[in-house]
Write a protein that binds this ligand. Structure first.
Ligand SMILES: C[S@@+](CC[C@H](N)C(=O)[O-])C[C@H]1O[C@@H](n2cnc3c(N)ncnc32)[C@H](O)[C@@H]1O
Length: 351
């Protein structure tokens, strides 16, 4: 029995001509009864998020009244983040190449499920030069970015996209089968994570690998005491993000509580030899321009998510960190750094 069975959760309705969904009166609702994930229906100004002085121009990264990400609004940040985290993905992909080399396995078809803007899709295409690589995602604007990137990098002949709503779209009739399925930071957006892994496992060819990017370490970016406001602001932001994450999961269709033992879940999905490794992104102080720009955009998002849960002192600290003209701001201070790790869990379908 799930703790959500008797919870009062918000019923979501579409607002004609507006952005996504609005909250109506709280109504009792059965577990898993929420409508499909919200979608924004108006055009987004993608360029508004670019550049060192980018801020959100009043547009938020979640659909109003929910904790569900607005992926259109996220697009620039996803792309910038994936580019910055390329050293992490390169290490994880090198590990996969070693795994295939050790088993003499050939890689002819790769699926990047929840590809986002296709940064990793293109890294996969480079790393597996004999493979057709397919970006699978539910957000058309992100798939468009993936196609543009592949064309720009001369990979357009081998990179294709499939628009699919998950988990239903994880059907071999929609996505086909593959020797390698990569899915990073996506399964946690699906209500029943084990069911999704079972579907992913079913799309693997015998001997194929599923590489799941889930978990790791939160991003660290300032000393504990940064000489600005109360120490430990990053830890308080992390705690709020953890609360928001749990709320986001509880809202998902078919939300199911799962012990997030990823190797155990891959095994329960019928795969063998589940192994986990974590890879570091270590950009020490003084951080370069690209790292600062990403961090500032992340801080905009974190401030937005935490605004109603932080005290005035912490909000004032965040405002100073965001001010591009402030010596103590993230764009100028000498002690800003970026340190994080992402974990990948890999398991095989038996020959
Ligand atoms: C956090 S992003 C991860 C992007 C990329 N894999 C990365 O690691 O940077 C999650 C991606 O999953 C997609 N996504 C989330 N829920 C989905 C669903 N229910 N159906 C289809 N795509 C979904 C979003 O559009 C987004 O591109």
């Amino acid at each position: 029995m799930s703790m959500y069975d008797t919870t009062q959760v918000s019923y979501l309705i579409r607002r004609p001509g507006g952005c996504g969904l609005v909250r109506s009166a709280d109504l009792p609702i059965r577990q898993g009864c929420l409508a499909k994930r919200p979608r924004c229906e108006h055009a987004h100004d993608m360029t508004a998020h670019h550049g060192a002085h980018a801020h959100n121009h009043g547009h938020t990264h979640t659909h109003p009244g929910t904790q569900q990400p607005d992926w259109d609004a996220f697009a620039p940040l996803l792309e910038q983040g994936a580019e910055l985290h390329t050293p992490v993905y390169d290490q994880a992909i090198a590990w996969l190449r070693e795994r295939f080399a050790a088993s003499d396995g050939s890689v002819r078809r790769v699926l990047d499920v929840g590809s986002g803007p296709g940064v990793v899709t293109c890294l996969l295409a480079r790393a597996f030069p004999d493979a057709e690589v397919v970006a699978v995602d539910g957000t058309p604007a992100l798939l468009e970015r993936a196609r543009e990137r592949a064309a720009r990098l001369g990979l357009g002949g081998r990179v294709t996209t499939v628009h699919a709503e998950l988990p239903e779209g994880l059907d071999p009739a929609t996505i086909g089968t593959a020797d390698l399925i990569w899915s990073s930071k996506t399964v946690h957006h699906l209500g029943d994570q084990l069911a999704a892994l079972r579907r992913l496992a079913a799309a693997l060819r015998p001997g194929g690998l599923l590489a799941l990017g889930e978990g790791g370490l939160p991003t660290r970016f300032l000393p504990r005491d940064a000489g600005l406001g109360r120490p430990d602001l990053p830890a308080r932001l992390e705690a709020i993000q953890a609360e928001r994450f749990a709320e986001m999961r509880a809202e998902l269709p078919d939300a199911t509580e799962t012990v997030e033992d990823w190797p155990g879940l891959l095994t329960a999905a019928g795969l063998t030899g589940a192994t986990s490794r974590s890879f570091l992104l270590d950009l020490p102080a003084p951080l370069g321009a690209a790292g600062r720009d990403f961090l500032r955009n992340e801080l905009v998002r974190w401030r937005e998510a935490a605004a109603d849960r932080l005290d005035d002192g912490d909000l004032a600290t965040l405002d100073r960190l965001l001010d591009p003209d402030d010596e103590a701001g993230i764009m100028r201070r000498p002690d800003a750094f970026l340190l994080t790790a992402q974990t990948f869990h890999v398991a095989a379908r038996e020959e």
